[in-house]
Design a protein around this ligand. Structure first.
Ligand SMILES: [Zn+2]
Ligand SMILES: [Zn+2]
Ligand SMILES: [Zn+2]
Ligand SMILES: [Zn+2]
Ligand SMILES: [Zn+2]
Length: 332
């Protein structure tokens, strides 16, 4: 079995294609147009929009001519690495200057210049997600936000985690260009929740990064999910409360609780688990290590087993080490 870094992307890709397939079956099953399908367009990421436009003429027309599907633009895998400045300018121009959300997830080829041009043409942007867009600089994003706040101070959400060299000065300047949050009461920012859905929900903070109270760097700073952590006991153990970035405080991917080095458990996927969550997860038959729930699709069935859940699973590492090897040796 060949394992490469694209496995995850391919799987995601496959899933999307399957769901699009299903949708096209539904469309052709009926002669009339499904009106709901057209409403759905406004909520689809760009990749799914493009695929939908292949389904039938009416959908193709709607995707290419309507403004509605292009008011909230989300570019994520598998398109992220293929998005160029030119394509970005082209797809954002479809919103006719009314773009409300721009989410570029790990679009590494986008430059400051293109971002500034998009912002110049779309003065009513509310949400801007740029996590992992490493072609952008803090200075470039600051200029983009200055352009925006000169026109309208409409931007209420900014995600910039993963952009290199953000200083405290950049952070404060960027924050000053955002529309102040309506709710003072901040919802706790929890690692496992953020990891599962990085895009904001109502009540979340308006900028993803902040200054870590421990290391003083601009990073994602998580609250602790453990109810007991507010209590004196944990405060004594951690010498303060256990709010901090991942470099300062390790966190369990399943529950978001802080994990001290002596209680840290490792999953096959290298994610950190607390002992409580480690105990609950199913383990590999060979190495007795679990996958976290997000990576549980990497489990393969043990040899001779047709996927019944009772006989456990084999992790990818052990599969390559013990099973593929045995098969290869048998061939010789
Ligand atoms: Zn820190
Ligand atoms: Zn846990
Ligand atoms: Zn804690
Ligand atoms: Zn294993
Ligand atoms: Zn994992």
């Amino acid at each position: 079995m060949e394992i490469n870094s694209d496995t995850e992307n391919d799987r995601e890709h496959e899933g999307t294609e399957k769901s699009i397939e299903k949708m096209s079956i539904n469309v052709s099953a009926s002669d009339s147009q499904h009106e709901a399908l057209f409403l759905v367009l406004a909520y689809l990421p760009v990749y799914q929009l493009v695929v939908m436009s292949e389904v039938c003429m009416a959908l193709r027309e709607a995707v290419s001519k309507d403004v509605l599907p292009w008011l909230n633009i989300v570019v994520q895998n598998p398109l992220s690495s293929r998005l160029s400045d030119d394509i970005l300018i082209k797809i954002t121009s479809k919103s006719d200057g009314r773009l409300a959300t721009l989410a570029l997830i790990k679009c590494v080829n986008i430059t400051d210049d293109a971002l500034q041009r998009v912002i110049q043409n779309n003065p009513f942007l509310h949400k801007l997600y740029l996590p992992g867009c490493t072609g952008l600089t803090p200075e470039g994003i600051t200029i983009a936000l200055e352009i925006l706040s000169q026109q309208n101070k409409t931007l209420n959400t900014l995600h910039i985690n993963g952009i290199y060299n953000i200083t405290k000065h950049h952070f404060k300047t960027l924050q000053s260009h955002l529309k102040p949050a309506l709710h003072d009461q901040k919802k706790p920012f929890l690692y496992h929740q953020y990891r599962n859905s990085p895009v904001n929900k109502e009540g979340d903070r308006n900028i993803d990064v902040e200054i870590c109270p421990r290391c003083d760097e601009v990073r994602l700073v998580y609250d602790c999910s453990r109810a007991t952590c507010d209590k004196q006991m944990r405060k004594v153990r951690f010498k303060a409360d256990c709010r901090g970035c991942l470099i300062c405080i390790a966190r369990c991917v399943e529950c978001g609780g802080c994990v001290e080095s002596e209680e840290m458990e490792q999953a096959v996927c290298s994610d950190v688990l607390c002992t409580d969550c480690w105990l609950l997860l199913p383990k590999c038959n060979f190495c007795n290590r679990p996958y976290c729930n997000q990576h549980s699709d990497l489990q393969s069935s043990p040899p001779g087993d047709q996927g019944s859940s009772t006989s456990g699973f084999v992790c990818q590492v052990c599969h390559a080490k013990f099973i593929t090897n045995v098969v290869d040796n048998d061939d010789e």
